[in-house]
Design a protein around this ligand. Structure first.
Ligand SMILES: Cc1cc2nc3c(=O)[nH]c(=O)nc-3n(C[C@H](O)[C@H](O)[C@H](O)COP(=O)(O)O)c2cc1C
Length: 204
């Protein structure tokens, strides 16, 4: 392969889990890399840079069972970019729920984008419990899969993988509810306040 453009398409890119997955990916990836965070709002420039790359890796969170708007905007720009040879598009998606399959529709959306715009779809890694797994003893599981993804992108042999914490759903739900309630309490919010549509006093 030539060079790779990694796009951090999280709306909170500088403080995102996606950023941590990218750091992990780069530990295992040997070829040239350019990195772009969509929050820099320079999609046109990043797409022009992608035109010189053989591969693009989209790293993003699942939002409402689909793609965050920041990624939609980037893809819109990518579709307008002129290429001599179109890069292969790869995906590393993480979601808050336990099941990696929650990410399937978002992956299909990227596949559809590729089919409609003449890009080849390459490798994919779907991470469940993506918000939590990195700070648990199960972080090694995701590291192993990220390594596989990096090797696949570099070698050009497509890979499709998924990973999550090996826990029963009820335990994951109980632990994550406890985590968020504690987080709310630290910020002076009760369970009842967290259950409303109000965000910092506003509901619109
Ligand atoms: C607006 C919003 C919508 C979300 N929708 C989903 C969802 O549909 N399913 C899911 O499993 N997680 C969902 N999540 C959780 C994120 O995918 C998860 O927190 C992820 O780790 C965020 O990654 P990031 O830090 O790279 O942005 C959502 C989070 C937000 C803020």
């Amino acid at each position: 392969m030539g060079s790779l453009m990694i796009v951090n398409a999280s709306p909170r890119a500088p403080r995102s889990n996606s950023k941590q997955y990218i750091q992990m990916f780069r530990e295992f990836f040997g070829a040239d890399v350019y990195e772009y965070e969509v929050t820099k709002k320079q999609d046109a420039r990043a797409c022009a840079q992608a035109a010189g790359c053989t591969d693009v890796l989209l790293v993003f969170p699942l939002y409402a069972d689909g793609l965050p708007v920041t990624l939609m905007c980037f893809l819109k720009q990518l579709a307008q970019q002129e290429f001599l040879t179109r890069p292969i598009v790869h995906v590393l998606v993480n979601c808050g729920f336990l099941e990696p399959r929650q990410n399937d529709v978002a992956c299909d959306m990227v596949r559809l984008f590729c089919a409609q715009n003449g890009f080849s779809f390459g490798s994919v890694l779907r991470v469940g419990s993506g918000e939590a797994i990195l700070t648990t003893p199960f972080a090694g599981l995701v590291k192993r899969k990220v390594k596989k993804l990096a090797q696949a992108v570099e070698s050009g042999s497509p890979y499709s993988g998924s990973v999550t914490m090996p826990l029963p759903t009820w335990l994951y739900v109980r632990a994550s509810a406890g985590y968020w309630l504690q987080y709310g309490a630290k910020n002076g919010l009760s369970k009842e306040q967290m259950a409303t549509m109000q965000i910092e006093g506003r509901s619109e």
